[in-house]
Design a protein. Sequence first.
Length: 319
Amino acid sequence: MNRRAFAIALAAALAAPLVAPAQPRKIYRIGLLECSSIREPLRQGFRDLGYAEGQNLSFVDRESGGRTERLADLAAEIVRLNVDIIVTYGTVATLAAKQATTTIPIVMTGVGDPIGAKLVARLGHPGGNVTGNTILGPEVGPKRLQLLKEAIPALSRVAFLWNPTNASNALHFHEVKANARGLGITLQSIEVSAPNQFEAAFAAMTRERPDALILTADPTHQLHSGRVVEFAAKTRIPAMYVVRENVSAGGLMSYGASLPDLSRRAAVYVDKILKGTKAGDLPIEQPTTFQLVINLKTATSLGLTIPPSLLLRADQVIE
């Protein structure tokens, strides 16, 4: 190369912008604890925010299968796998995650009473590493009983199927029991904290023959909600549920917040934390909309005539 050509080549090289080597894209690791009931809407929430599994997001998914005594070990395992954030469903799973770490942010979903369950001290500014949303189980429990009474005016005995190891369920039960007296209703306590206890619960209700049944949104209960719906249909016991999915599956009525909506909102919390907001600075969201869903087909099979006034107030009537 002659001197002139060399000078031109050198000048061009010096003028060219320096290009840094491409950096590998960050893949955030999200721990999911007891999230089988909310997994699909949660993942849809991430997709809506531009996250793609395998590209900028991966999941570490752990389920107890209804054996809540395993949650402490599963939470500890998720922590050891160095996840960026943990998403939980329900009070018991959230407590297990909180006991496993004070540094990894936790986004809870579907917790009944986070203050009563001692998950946070305040809703507006929770502090610590726990935030998320609540399904407001205890506060709307008496409303479910009132709606049942409207649907079945002669109602006098209601079986309340709850999980005594779930702090939110305990608050829910005691609040409903206190309000039952004013409605002239006797509340029958049916405790189920593990899958192998359902048959004994069904046997107790078969003996006692309550006028109706209420089921909670406890993760163990939701994992086996199909068994409850089937039992209620077989024994012709009208049942009230917290989540509308149980009514779509054949239950009679539900009154509560939308669990899929809460799940998608959990993805928004995760996104904010990944972008730098501290979990303790994010206010805990409480639902403002509650839907009444009635399965008219199930009512007919039970021989019930739902009052027109109640049908008019329903957000959805399944026929």
